[in-house]
Design a protein around this ligand. Structure first.
Ligand code: SDX
Length: 393
């Protein structure tokens, strides 16, 4: 590249691909999966129905969703030898590090995923196994974080109930079909299911573009999501709210810190690369937060702090000028905590929700036979230099 062009690093304005999966309008705050609004899907659909929609492009018929769920439930068991990996992690190791490692290891147990030129059926079987085993792996990571024995999946349950059974089943058998838990888990997973070419999805696509297997591509996406500027923000939000609570709850003081250029503190859960209006998901999750905490009889003091922070920030010139609004991560952690998840598990739950979107985007890239991703750069380094012998340095 010659001459000088102003380059916005961080893929800030790069059209990386063509995709028919998710439509996002950041100015209007619009989010649609295959043309269906996130508001209607969150209200009327289930996570598995949305997964089918994202991956295969259409809302399933009754028979299609029954077959889909049946196939998935019969692949929820992970190879027993994987427990040796679980047991190998130190008890304090971060769940996202465990998740990325365990998902990547799936190709060792299911080597058909490594076959070149897979048929559509073979690709689809790997997709089913990825969806099925993710919920088991996530729930087993949760159990391990408490040193509890794992709970095995039961084919009689649908996806979300099976996840609740494997995660909280030692409480009561009814927990798997508790309407409040089933409804809020479906809603949260739907709201996280896809989001166009975000950091982790772009990672899944570029790793997959080298013809890398699905498990390793998803594992790469998990690593990208871990960062506190991306999916890791839901954990960082709760840690921030706890810090403000323990500091006496003075939200004005922390808003001032977030505006101070000399202070590295940022209001976690606020701002977005694309949304310059309210993140539509944040609106739905905020309402769900009130509903669920009331139904569960949970009174979490950080919810009041979150609402106060939002109210103060939305009137503050600094945030208004920069169009900084609450994003998907601002309220989600409060619900996860009310359900009984430890903070370190929040981003793992984000990954569980995002999985169908990552799979759909990876599949679309393969179906469209996209070439290997290989961006260019603006070179800013030294021009040619002769080698200097050690004595001359
Ligand atoms: C997700 O891309 C996706 O779709 C992601 C996601 C998905 O579903 O996949 O939506 C999920 O990752 C949501 C975002 C979660 N992250 C956070 O909540 C972390 C806190 N937010 C920020 O770090 C930030 O807003 C980003 C990373 C989300 C976006 O950063 P950008 O677009 O690169 O914006 P920027 O860093 O260029 O900031 C622009 C201005 C700067 O100030 P000035 O230089 O103009 O003076 O806004 C300021 C920033 O300092 N700013 C903030 C801020 N976010 C931006 N100031 C205080 N607090 C914040 N949170």
């Amino acid at each position: 590249l010659t001459g000088y062009i102003t380059l916005d690093t961080g893929y800030k304005n790069t059209g990386a691909t063509k995709s028919a999966i998710t439509f996002l309008d950041g100015e209007q705050g619009i989010l649609r999966y295959r043309g269906y609004s996130i508001e209607q899907l969150a209200e009327k659909s289930t996570f598995m129905e949305v997964a089918f929609l994202l991956i295969y492009g259409e809302l399933p018929t009754e028979k299609q969703i029954a077959d889909f769920e049946h196939e998935i439930s019969h692949h929820t068991l992970v190879h027993e030898d994987m427990k040796k990996f679980f047991d190998g992690f130190p008890s304090h190791s971060h769940p996202m590090g465990q998740l990325g490692s365990l998902v990547c290891s799936l190709s060792a147990f299911y080597p058909e995923s490594l076959k070149n030129n897979q048929t559509e059926e073979e690709i689809n079987l790997t997709i089913i196994k990825m969806l099925a085993k993710m919920s088991t792996i996530v729930s087993w990571i949760y159990k391990k974080s408490f040193g509890h024995p794992v709970i095995y999946p039961q084919n009689k349950y649908d996806y979300v109930s099976n996840f609740l059974h494997m995660t909280f089943g030692q409480r009561t058998e009814e927990v798997a079909v508790d309407p409040v838990l089933v409804d809020v888990m479906n809603k949260l997973l739907i709201l996280h299911a896809d989001h166009e070419q975000n950091c982790s999805t772009s990672t899944v696509r570029i790793v997959g573009s080298s013809d890398c297997n699905l498990y390793a591509s998803i594992s790469a996406g998990i690593s990208a999501l871990w960062g506190p500027l991306h999916g890791g923000a839901n954990q960082a939000v709760i840690e921030m709210l706890e810090q403000i609570k323990n500091d006496g709850g003075d939200t004005q003081k922390w808003i001032a810190k977030a505006k101070d250029k000399n202070d590295s503190f940022r209001l976690m859960g606020f701002g977005h690369r694309v949304y310059k209006n309210f993140d539509p998901r944040a609106k739905i999750i905020k309402k769900a937060c009130d509903d669920v905490l009331e139904k569960l009889g949970v009174n979490d003091p950080v919810l009041a702090i979150a609402k106060q922070l939002e109210e103060v920030a939305l009137k503050d010139e600094y945030f208004v000028q920069r169009k900084l609004y609450p994003n998907v991560d601002f309220y989600s952690g409060i619900i996860y905590r009310a359900l009984g998840f430890p903070t370190e598990m929040f981003t793992v739950l984000f990954a569980l929700g995002r999985l169908p979107g990552w799979i759909a985007q990876w599949k679309e890239m393969k179906v469209n036979k996209e070439p290997i991703g290989r961006p260019r750069q603006v070179y800013t380094g030294s021009t040619f230099r002769e080698y200097v012998e050690m004595k001359g340095r």
